[in-house]
Design a protein around this ligand. Structure first.
Ligand SMILES: [Zn+2]
Length: 169
C-alpha cells in the first residue's frame, strides 16, 4: 500500500510551543518553551529557556510595541524579540536549533520532534493530498526538499537527527 500524506494544515506558528536548541553554556540539547499562550504575536507572555544538562534557566517576557502587539518580524536579522524568518533559531532567545543538519547543499531544520515527524511524513509519502493551506508546513517546505532526486537524502538526514536526539541523554 502506498504511503499517503493527508494535509495537516498546521503552521510553524502552531508548532512554536517548543523549540529544541543548542545550549549556549554546555552545547547540550536544551528547550525554549512557552509558559503562556504560545502565539508569537501576543505580547507580555513568558518564554523560558531550560537546559537540564547544566541547570541554566532563563526567563523572558515578550514586550509589546506601541500597538500592544508583540514585536514580530519576518526579517532574519531585524532587532526584534521575535523572529519568524527561516533562520534556524528559536524566536525569543535566538539560539541555534538543535535539529539542523546539512542536506543536499542546504540546511534542513525543525523546531521540535513534532515538526521533524511532520516533515518526514510529507517527504516519505508517495501520494499527497492537493491544495494544502498556504501557510502550512507542507506548503512552505522549500523546493529542494520536495525534489524527487533529494528525497533519499532528506529522509536520511531526518533519520540522523532522530538518532542525535535519542543519543543526547
Ligand atoms: Zn546547558
Amino acid at each position: 500500500m502506498k504511503k499517503i500524506f493527508l494535509n495537516k494544515n498546521k503552521t510553524l506558528i502552531e508548532l512554536g510551543y517548543e523549540f529544541l536548541v543548542v545550549c549556549p553554556h554546555c552545547a547540550s540539547c536544551a528547550k525554549v518553551i512557552a509558559l503562556d499562550d504560545p502565539s508569537p504575536y501576543i505580547a507580555n507572555v513568558r518564554r523560558r529557556f531550560i537546559c537540564t544538562a547544566c541547570g541554566v534557566i532563563k526567563n523572558k517576557v515578550i514586550k509589546a510595541n506601541g500597538y500592544g502587539q508583540a514585536r514580530v518580524s519576518y526579517e532574519p536579522k531585524a532587532n526584534y524579540e521575535v523572529i519568524l524568518a527561516e533562520n534556524p533559531c528559536d524566536w525569543y532567545f535566538q539560539l541555534s536549533l538543535y535539529l539542523q543538519i546539512e542536506c543536499s547543499g542546504n540546511t534542513l531544520w525543525a523546531l521540535n520532534l513534532e515538526n521533524l515527524n511532520y516533515i518526514e511524513n510529507y517527504i516519505e509519502a508517495e501520494l499527497r493530498e492537493s491544495y494544502p493551506y498556504y501557510l502550512s508546513v507542507e506548503s512552505r517546505l522549500p523546493k529542494w526538499m520536495k525534489l524527487a532526486k533529494n528525497r533519499e537524502d532528506v529522509l536520511k538526514a531526518i533519520q540522523k537527527l532522530k538518532v542525535k536526539l535519542n543519543e543526547k541523554s
